[in-house]
Write a protein that binds this ligand. Sequence first.
Ligand code: ZN
Length: 164
Amino acid sequence: MPRVVSFHYTLRDPSGRVLDSSAGGEPISYLEGSGQIIDGLDEQLRTAAAGAKSRVTVPAKKAYGERDPAQMQHVPRAALPVEGELKIGDQFQTGPHRADPVVTVAAIEGDQVLLDANHPLAGVDLTFDVEITAAREATAEELTHGHAHKADEGGCGSGCGCGH
Ligand code: ZN
């Protein structure tokens, strides 16, 4: 039976720099095997019980993937929705929705800009310090929807956003 697991985490890159953390906020909850968190982390937490603390290292290919050179593309500077100065490292979304890919300015060559559509964490091995705060069996409804629900709200409460 898949579980719904809640955890706090601090995410670091191989140099030890903190990339993200749930500290000070709500723990993250996910349904095992549903793709709500990166595969490599999901796989390595399958046997973790509530209260467990562990350090999990996920290789890039099981996190955000290896870098793909084919994701580098030249576009005219004028085609970008950016006013004012453009700098290497600037990031913007390619569409109006949160899920639209983010591209990063990799180079500026005259009136051409080299955009990198790889995920910013592609090619990066990730280390998670994880503390499991809760683990329970998934409900039938969660299995149908393919994601975790907040136990105290029942069903797709506020913030679920799945549209069921
Ligand atoms: Zn739902």
